[in-house]
Write a protein that binds this ligand. Structure first.
Ligand SMILES: [Zn+2]
Length: 423
């Protein structure tokens, strides 16, 4: 018996965390092996289930890799292989930063003094508008590189700092250009309804006319977004206003996501459930009615521990109720300059456990199978399974929980994107 001639690469001597069992377990296969062909996973299982001829070849091999029947064999040396990580909620394209505001706040300056000095989202909007595509790309690249080097192979990036047609389009184009710079799948989300630009300060409806009737049609015609998002909050858009944007998204057949229940419970998750939205994100103030509605429509809850931490929030998301109703929980960085200037997915794993009390398998599911689900990618990414994209991360850890337990030492030893080793 020989190896399948269709296989291109075979990882042997690896422990697999397949993440095919949701958050219940890692879906472990100890002493496993995994074969890749044409960018897809084509076989996985116990190494002992591989053909006998292979073990003969392996016994006299020299070094870490060899070819058998034209298949590249890579020895994982007992390390753990997981799906490539997925950061399903970021705002990592933006101009400037808010370190100045951070410092002012810690020096005891009032919100008004910071606003008078041009702080807040307004400062990010004006820096983003001023920046060229090339400048935005250059500033976003190190942020994406950081995530990539931590094992991230898929990232969602939102617009929402342009807040006019030309600049929202510019942000989405830059997000797309990042995929030419690094081997990362980029999913783009149009978030024109992120905040009111100052020129529409007293005219939210007028701004939403532009969002729905000008920006969105142009975004769709240039194929620049995979989803539409709204910041539904007292300081963002009301439930009625959010509904307007959802209707426009639905008209253009774009999936919906929502920033919801972060600072108060407006019922945005329930509204989003009526539109079969992909996810509701933040959700510290989500109630059981909202959770039930999300469960019914198959939505994912996206937890953002970085924003919770950075804002020193005290209201915890309703983890027990989400568990009770079996709503899938994703975890993401929310990387953004104002409330989560954090580009570290390993830290999110740790914070999901320490701050939100997720179990390590729930946290890891949050950045693999459920991260994929929050992006509508659960049929192709986030699991080690036959037919799935061969996006893989190899870790020098003793057990999967170690990925959540510590951070600061990067245990990534190899990263595979679409079947090719890229790190
Ligand atoms: Zn966000």
């Amino acid at each position: 018996m020989t190896l399948s001639k269709h296989w291109q690469t075979l990882y042997i001597n690896v422990n697999l965390a397949t993440m095919t069992d949701g958050a219940n377990s890692y879906g472990e296969i100890i002493n496993g092996a995994l074969a890749i062909s044409a960018g897809k996973i084509v076989w996985l299982g116990k190494q002992s289930d591989l053909p006998d001829s292979l073990s003969d070849s392996l016994s006299d091999k020299d070094g870490d890799s060899l070819k058998v029947d034209s298949v590249d064999i890579i020895d994982g040396k007992g390390q753990w292989l997981t799906p490539g990580l997925i950061d399903c909620h970021t705002h990592l394209v933006y101009g400037g930063n808010r370190a100045n505001e951070f410092e002012m706040r810690l020096q005891g300056k009032s919100y008004q003094e910071i606003a008078n000095a041009g702080g807040g989202i307004v400062s990010t909007v004006s820096a983003t508008r001023k920046a060229s595509e090339q400048e935005l790309l250059a500033s976003a690249l190190p942020r994406l590189t950081a995530l990539h080097q931590q094992g991230v192979t898929t990232v969602e990036i939102k617009s929402g700092y342009g807040l006019d047609t030309a600049n929202e389009i510019k942000m989405l184009k830059v997000a797309g250009l990042l995929a030419d710079e690094l081997p990362v799948t980029i999913k783009r989300t149009f978030l024109g309804a992120h905040a009111l630009p100052t020129e529409y300060k007293d005219n939210a409806e007028g701004y939403l006319d532009i969002v729905c009737d000008e920006m969105l049609p142009q975004v769709v015609s240039e194929n620049l977004a995979d989803a539409v998002d709204v910041f539904c909050e007292g300081i963002g858009f009301s439930l009625e206003q959010t509904k307007r944007v959802f209707d426009a998204a639905q008209f253009h057949n774009l999936p919906i996501k929502v920033h919801a229940e972060q600072l108060s419970n407006l019922g945005a998750s329930e509204l989003a459930a009526n539109y079969n939205a992909l996810s509701s994100d933040h959700i510290e103030f989500l109630d059981e009615a909202g959770i039930k509605a999300m469960k019914k429509s198959g939505m994912t809850a996206v937890l953002l521990p970085g924003a919770f931490y950075f804002l020193r929030e005290t209201q915890l998301p309703p983890i027990e109720l989400l568990r009770k109703h079996q709503v899938p929980m994703a975890v993401a960085t929310d990387a953004n300059p104002g409330t989560s200037p954090i580009h570290n997915i390993h830290l999110m794993l740790n914070m999901a456990c320490t701050l939100f009390r997720l179990t390590p398998s729930e946290a890891l599911a949050g950045i693999t199978c459920y991260g994929a689900k929050a992006l509508g990618l659960s049929e192709s990414k986030g699991q080690l399974a036959v037919g799935y994209d061969a996006d893989l991360a190899l870790w020098n850890v003793s057990q999967p929980a170690e990925l959540c337990y510590q951070f600061g030492v990067n245990p990534l030893t190899a990263l595979v994107k679409d079947g090719k080793q890229v790190i």
